[in-house]
Ligand binder design. Structure first.
Ligand code: ATP
Ligand code: MG
Length: 425
């Protein structure tokens, strides 16, 4: 075999793309239901954006970014997450001058991270993300959590846990930082190498470590929740009241800190259990100072990202049925010399709004039928000598065996009648 796709990437094949399309339709519907409108931003941005936005002490920036110099010697980075690009777009186009909040979503945004490829972990994955700029109230946080939860449960996902936490704000977090540092100081020797570095640069990150031994060490670490300032505490309480009121089962998990530096107050994750362990499908939170950090006004914001490959993976492991659309409504077959007729009839049927096709590979009539069967076309049309002479076509329902003869102009209507496909709108 010649050249293969790079490690950690995945092709979406024609036979499976309907699964993506189904999910995309559900996602767009969910976003639109709360007034989020689509935004599309470039796949790459100036590296500076992520250094300032995501934070240079995070794993993403330290180890995982695809960064390169372009031919003009500019440092460019393929998007390692969606929020910073959306925030840059919001600022660059002065969207803050319009009535707020500004609600936007992105769908199928390719995200690049140099990670160790393993189950559920790719080097290129895709996200559905929602961002709400200019809203400080906890109802905005609750709305996002609800939207993601309902989307996933309506898709049929069970065993979904919603974990939330508050990581405070620049007023109350420094106190927590020093408490946590005191707690961790005696344990540095037993931590993984990454956490030794995190301890110096950003001790909160140690709580996020995926290594068992570090998780064990931080089991009894002090909790940010005990040190929240009044504003952050009220915010977190109102968020919880909204979730309770909406009947969303959630757990407060003081260990969630998230892998990005820009978060303040609310952070959340939605996790499902799989045979390979827990998998995070959706994660997000509030980032009230990101806009200012990247050079804009100090406006609050909140958002989430959902990994599309992970949702599809879970859909598969939970045997969620995703309806597969028919490839064709009708397949046109022809005898010997009647290829031009078959071509014309196929075009006519398409113009009438049906999904139609014919043989393009020089097959015999028998082989055309065999092929039509494989495509699962519910109706096969046949043009033989008799039909060609009379301007008609023979239609056969492949499921019931019912046969009809129809004039070309009436063929589309007949196919619809035979299969109960709705008329063109
Ligand atoms: P994890 O804890 O699994 O590393 P994360 O905290 O890095 O996730 P985010 O940066 O918040 O994740 O990204 C949002 C969502 O994108 C995740 O919840 C997950 O569904 C998906 N995601 C993140 N990294 C990957 C990856 N390497 N491959 C596939 N999906 C991913
Ligand atoms: Mg990660």
């Amino acid at each position: 075999m010649g050249i293969q796709a790079p490690r950690g990437t995945r092709d979406v094949l024609p036979a499976e793309s309907y699964r993506w399309q189904y999910l995309e339709a559900c996602m767009r519907k969910a976003a639109a239901s709360a007034g989020y409108r689509e935004t599309r931003t470039p796949v790459f941005e100036h590296t500076e954006l992520f250094l300032r936005g995501v934070g240079d002490t995070t794993d993403i920036v330290q180890k995982e970014m695809y960064t390169f110099l372009d031919k003009g010697d500019r440092s460019i980075t393929l998007k390692p997450e969606g929020t910073a690009g959306a925030a840059r777009c919001f600022l660059e186009h002065n969207l803050y001058a319009e009535p707020l909040p500004c609600k936007m979503y992105y769908l199928n945004a390719p995200i690049f991270r140099y990670e160790n490829p393993q189950s559920g972990r790719l080097r290129e994955h895709h996200q559905f993300g929602l961002e709400c700029f200019g809203a400080q109230e906890p109802t905005a946080d609750a709305e996002l959590i609800l939207l993601a939860y309902r989307l996933l449960s309506e898709l049929g996902m069970r065993n979904l846990s919603v974990n939330i936490n508050s990581i405070g704000c620049p007023k109350c977090r420094p106190v927590y930082h020093s408490r946590l540092k005191e707690y961790l100081a005696g344990k540095i020797g037993c931590m993984c190498d990454d956490c030794k570095g995190r301890f110096e640069r950003n001790p909160l990150r140690v709580l996020d470590c995926k290594q068992k031994k570090c998780q064990e060490l931080t089991k009894d670490a002090p909790s940010m929740l005990d040190l929240l300032c009044d504003e952050c505490r009220d915010h977190f309480q109102e968020l919880q009241a909204c979730l309770k009121d909406a009947g969303i089962p959630y757990t407060v998990d003081p260990r969630i800190v998230r892998g990005l530096d820009y978060y303040t107050k609310t952070v959340f994750e939605m996790i499902t259990a799989t045979k390979d362990g827990n998998l995070t499908v959706c994660a997000g939170g509030r980032y009230d100072h990101l806009l200012q950090q990247i050079g804009g006004p100090d406006l609050p914001a909140v958002g989430f990202g959902m990994g599309i490959e992970r949702v599809l993976m879970l859909a598969e492991s939970e045997s969620i049925q995703i309806p597969e659309p028919a490839w064709y409504d009708v397949f046109v077959t022809y005898m010997g010399t009647h290829r031009a007729d078959a071509f014309r009839l196929t075009q006519l049927l398409r113009q009438e709004g049906l999904k139609a096709d014919m043989d393009h590979c020089g097959r015999s009539l028998k082989a055309q039928f065999k092929y039509a069967n494989k495509t699962k076309a519910p109706v096969t049309a046949v043009i033989g000598d008799e039909e060609a002479a009379g301007g008609t076509v023979k239609l056969k329902n492949m499921n019931t065996g019912e046969e009809r003869s129809a004039a070309w102009e009436a063929a589309a209507a007949a196919v619809r009648e035979m299969t109960e496909i709705k008329a063109k709108e």
